[in-house]
Design a protein around this ligand. Structure first.
Ligand code: 3PY
Ligand code: MG
Length: 267
């Protein structure tokens, strides 16, 4: 089976830095895949991406050794299995709030007897090779997002779920769950304390801790703390922030909209 770069890094105790794809286009994806990141995640929850877009985007990622991941719209086994069949080497499952939900996500990622994944690896056989089913249970990543009030409360039972590879923090939903404004790169003490609690739980249960950011500053902070799955830059922000920064360097001409960085706070 074609190797899973992220799993390999984790086995070596190293971190993996990724990017986020919400623009539903194979060429935009291919450009992101050639930047040096370890993983890319096609966002089917909040990105403008449907299943047929996701297939072309996974194909574009296949031009490199970047690990292709998908954030599914919800914790639904049907979509989890369908994106794995299309070539995702892992899924990020949003809003996982308790042990039963974490078990449901894991079971959808694993062939029997470990789980309930149905056999039908159509595109992934071309990407991974004909021995895919033999190794898929060990190589496919299942990451559960902890970002709800219940998920924070039931953190330990989620982290202890057999077969779960990682907990991935969605900082803005986490902020809402804590009664704070939905800021991504978040310096609120309550937010920092909760992020640290999640990191500690992952370390205790020997699974990977992951988190979403909007900047090299926060990515570096989390890498230094021991997060092994950190999202550095979404495609949308890369495009918008670069163009706005270039516009901001011009003199003697006024842009149509005021120059402000995308997602300084917010999503
Ligand atoms: C969040 O911030 O809640 C996320 O899910 C990031 O994508
Ligand atoms: Mg979220």
């Amino acid at each position: 089976m074609r190797f899973n770069r992220v799993k390999k890094l984790w086995r070596e105790g190293k971190p993996a830095v990724g990017g986020w794809l919400s623009i539903p286009h194979c060429f935009a994806t291919e450009v992101m895949a050639h930047t040096g990141l370890d993983w890319l995640c096609v966002d089917m929850q909040h990105g403008c991406v449907d299943y047929s877009d996701a297939v072309t985007m996974l194909t574009a990622i296949s031009t490199t050794d970047v690990t292709p991941l998908v954030r599914v719209p919800w914790n639904e086994p049907a979509m989890i299995m369908k994106v794995l069949d299309a070539g995702a080497y892992g899924v990020i499952v949003p809003m996982v709030s308790n042990r039963a939900e974490a078990e449901r996500a894991v079971a959808a990622c694993r062939y029997p007897p470990k789980g309930m994944r149905s056999n039908g690896p159509n595109r992934v056989l071309l990407y991974a090779g004909s021995d895919y089913q033999k190794h898929a249970n060990d190589e496919v990543i299942c990451a559960a997002m902890v970002e709800t009030a219940e998920g924070i409360e039931k953190l330990d039972e989620i982290a202890a779920t057999p077969g779960l590879d990682a907990i991935y923090i969605g900082p803005t939903d986490l902020a809402l769950a804590l009664g704070l404004p939905p800021v991504m790169d978040n310096d609120e003490p309550k937010h920092i304390a909760t992020v640290n609690r999640i990191l500690d739980a992952c370390k205790r249960h020997k699974i990977v801790a992951g988190i979403h950011t909007n900047s090299a500053k926060f990515t570096q902070r989390y890498l230094d703390q021991g997060f092994q799955m950190v999202m550095l830059v979404p495609d949308r922000n890369a495009m918008m922030n670069y163009v706005k920064a270039e516009i901001g360097r011009l003199t003697g001409w006024s842009p149509m909209t005021p120059v402000a960085p995308q997602s300084a706070g917010g999503y």
